[in-house]
Ligand binder design. Structure first.
Ligand code: CTP
Ligand code: CA
Length: 221
């Protein structure tokens, strides 16, 4: 490449990034999903590529085109994403889980389209999905994301401890200019030493570089 960002500090490194909101099938035509646009994960993937990394992007459905020069694996459900991430991480240097993964999925997928009945109420039984980030372990840097509507830093810090993360990227989804469907984000980084870094409003691509600065430092240490 002609001009590598940060002097190509990720040359020879493999980075796995997840993105998008998973889709959990209820029946052949219906899914449970969320409002993730995929933009944050795609921006991290592009930033890592621009610093010389070999990038694998494992993405749930989004409206975004595949980023050039990034190996993109398209998945639908949390289970598909889990399988792809666990296949790619053993030989990687970092896993950055920007995907919004469903916590629960329908316990059974109906083979046929569910029909409306005379009853005014209906319910769907759900079961827990695998926590991909908590399960993916090995000799690589592990970064999580935490989208919160309250108690941002306390909830994010709790996830660092529970999932034994190297870093978490937390954002308040109620804040203007942050979160779903926009190109900017204001995030707080919390590392495993519980050091808190509050970043200003940045583009998602710039946030990607801030995350990679931290990953780069961890890979050197
Ligand atoms: N994550 C994951 N697999 C799941 C759920 C979440 O890998 N089944 C990852 C997300 O991609 C994110 C991190 O874990 O990087 C934190 O996700 P979040 O939803 O904030 O945490 P949860 O532990 O699911 O807690 P809660 O939804 O109750 O806040
Ligand atoms: Ca969750």
């Amino acid at each position: 490449a002609a001009a590598l960002g940060k002097d190509g500090d990720f040359a020879g490194r493999k980075v796995v990034v997840s993105a998008g909101g998973t889709q959990e099938a209820i029946d052949p035509v219906r899914v449970i999903t969320n409002h993730s646009s995929g933009r944050m994960g795609y921006a991290v993937a592009e930033a890592a590529r621009d610093r010389g990394a070999e990038v694998v992007l494992v993405t749930a459905p989004t409206a975004l085109p595949d980023p050039p020069l990034v190996r993109t694996i398209r998945v639908k459900s949390a289970q598909d994403m889990c399988d792809a991430v666990l296949a790619e991480t053993p030989m990687s240097d970092a896993l950055i889980m920007a995907a919004a993964v469903a916590d629960y999925r329908p316990s059974v997928m109906a083979e046929q389209k569910i029909k409306k009945t005379a009853a005014d109420e209906m319910s769907i039984d759900l079961e827990k999905t695998t926590d991909i980030l908590a399960t993916a372990r090995g000799n690589f840097v592990r970064v999580g994301f935490s989208a919160e509507s309250e108690n941002l830093e306390a909830n994010a810090a709790d996830k660092v401890r529970r999932k034994e993360l190297d870093l978490i990227v937390a954002n308040d989804i109620t804040e203007e200019g942050s979160g779903f469907g926009v190109d900017t984000n204001r995030v707080v980084l919390i590392d495993r030493e519980m050091e808190v870094e509050r970043l200003p409003l940045l583009t998602k691509y710039e946030v990607g570089h801030k995350i990679l600065d931290r990953v780069s430092a961890l890979l050197k240490s």
